[in-house]
Design a protein around this ligand. Structure first.
Ligand code: GLN
Length: 483
């Protein structure tokens, strides 16, 4: 018996039928981790603690929602007593004294956190190449990037090492790697999941979410991740529905918004074909395609690259060598302590963002850049509000193409920033959005993005699940198609 490529639902069944023990599962996971070391997907492992928990569960079976499910956690979530680096040298030695609410919620639901996954430094990137701990390899091909910033999480799910992982998404970091690795990932509504204990990149955009093999599993995990949290002032105090409840609802008569302003002409024909074929699948399921317009959509990427660096320059000022993590050796004075610690501790991309952010926030430029960006952000949000008076969900490709070769976009930051062309607007508008596998070009997977209205994760999950009921793209693995 193996858990490789199995869904959470299947693994839970295997455990309850006693076809496999919790200890056997954990042993299999760590065996697979060592056999897949070349993926470089984990930064820190949690083996001893995982075995201890599995032994406990074997002796005290529990029917909690995620009982015994091995889970990989993005190394951006603080984990009590377990090193948390955020992919950065500056936090190389940081051992948090507490766990993020997300981690607590998942572990209280019974999951076993097997380790911390590699990621772009401070979640800034789209290829996992900015990590201090080196590239992650996409399990679909030797020289391919897994996407970023949640590249390690996407890779370990895609490789079948664990059925699920946590990710975070500021501009696309759950959806883009999900697309490039052929898995399903959901960024919930801003505020749905507590940010407490998540290392901040851009606080008004950051949101955690599940990465798994199917929409059904994402719904199950989302139920456990969400909670109103007084420790996060942006945590929403809203009813949390059972996200599994509407998965099987008929799509007859439901409306899918097709964005007329989206310029697909720069995409490969094959990418457009994959997208159009999935839309056809939805119309066969009874859904209707409705043209909508998002007139300010083309301003999303430039708007994001003012707001996100501005917020990061402020958030990252706390890493000064005094309070957290690494400190440079033998500084002569306080000034040198700050300068050396930050110069040695941060990588180039992080430094670039801090510089841009400090610039757009500085007196004299604030109105021209930061304030303007905030105004445009509101226009983008208004466009979505308008569109959602006419449709239930909006669909776009998740990415402009399939996984690219390592090093191929490194020299041009703009090319890398355009990786999130289709995903960034949902973060700016605070809306939930998901990526699910919808095709394969030259044995490289591709994803479809479904964007939902504010707090309406249920509709996205419903569309995604109904699609996965009649297609098998989510069953494709680097080893072939699963039955
Ligand atoms: N790729 C985008 C960036 O580098 C988004 C990253 C993210 O969502 N964390 O900012």
């Amino acid at each position: 018996m193996t858990i490789k490529y199995k869904s959470i639902k299947e693994i839970k069944k295997m455990i309850s039928k006693k076809e496999i023990s919790n200890v056997e599962i954990v042993n299999e996971v760590f065996k697979n981790i060592s056999e897949n070391e070349h993926l470089n997907a984990f930064i820190t492992l949690n083996e001893e603690d995982s075995i201890k928990k599995a032994v406990h569960l074997d002796n005290n079976p529990s029917d909690l929602a995620l009982s015994g499910i091995p889970f990989a956690q993005k190394d951006l979530f603080c984990t009590k007593g377990l090193r948390t680096t955020c992919g950065s040298n500056i936090l190389n030695n940081f051992i948090p004294p507490y766990s993020a609410t997300v981690i607590k919620n998942l572990e209280n639901a019974g999951c076993i956190s097997v380790g911390k996954t590699n990621m772009d430094e401070f979640a800034m990137g789209s290829s996992n190449e900015t990590s201090f701990f080196g590239n992650v390899q996409n399990p679909w091909g030797e020289n391919l990037v897994p996407g970023g910033s949640s590249g390690g999480s996407a890779a370990v799910v895609a490789a079948g090492i664990v059925p699920a992982a946590s990710g975070t998404d500021t501009g696309g970091s759950i959806r883009q790697p999900a697309s490039l690795c052929g898995i399903t990932g959901l960024k919930p509504t801003y505020g749905r999941i507590s940010r407490w204990g998540m290392i901040a990149f851009a606080s008004s955009l950051d949101q955690a979410g599940p990465m798994a093999r199917s929409a059904e599993d994402c719904a199950l995990i989302l139920n456990e991740m969400c909670s109103h949290d007084k420790k996060d002032t942006t945590s929403l105090d809203e009813n949390i529905p059972d996200f599994q409840k509407h998965l099987n609802e008929s799509l007859k008569g439901k409306k899918i918004g097709i964005v007329k302003d989206l310029d697909l002409s720069s995409l490969d024909n094959e990418v457009v074909k994959v997208y159009e074929e999935s839309l056809n699948e939805f119309t066969s399921l009874g859904a209707k395609l409705v043209d909508i317009t998002l007139p300010n959509l083309s301003l999303s990427v430039p708007t994001y690259y003012v707001i996100a660096p501005a917020e990061c320059s402020s958030n990252l000022s706390r890493f000064d060598g005094v309070k957290f993590g690494r400190r440079s050796e033998n500084p002569k004075n306080l000034e040198e302590l700050y300068v050396q610690t930050r110069s040695e501790g941060f990588g180039d991309e992080v430094k670039r963002r801090i510089l841009i952010g400090s610039y757009v926030l500085s007196a004299g430029y604030y109105d021209a850049y930061y304030k303007k960006a905030q105004q445009v952000r509101r226009l983008i949000k208004n466009d979505f509000d308008n569109a959602f008076t006419k449709v239930d969900v909006i669909m776009t490709p998740t990415t402009r193409g399939t996984a690219f070769e390592m090093g191929s976009k490194g020299s041009d930051p703009i090319q890398m920033y355009l990786e999130d062309l289709f995903t960034i607007s949902a973060n700016l508008a605070g809306l939930p959005a998901m990526s699910l596998p919808n095709g394969n070009i030259n044995n490289r997977p591709l994803g479809l993005q479904i964007i939902g209205n504010f707090l309406d994760e249920s509709s996205i999950l419903n569309f995604a699940h109904m699609y996965q009921n009649v297609t098998n793209w989510h069953m494709h693995t680097p080893d072939g198609v699963r039955k």
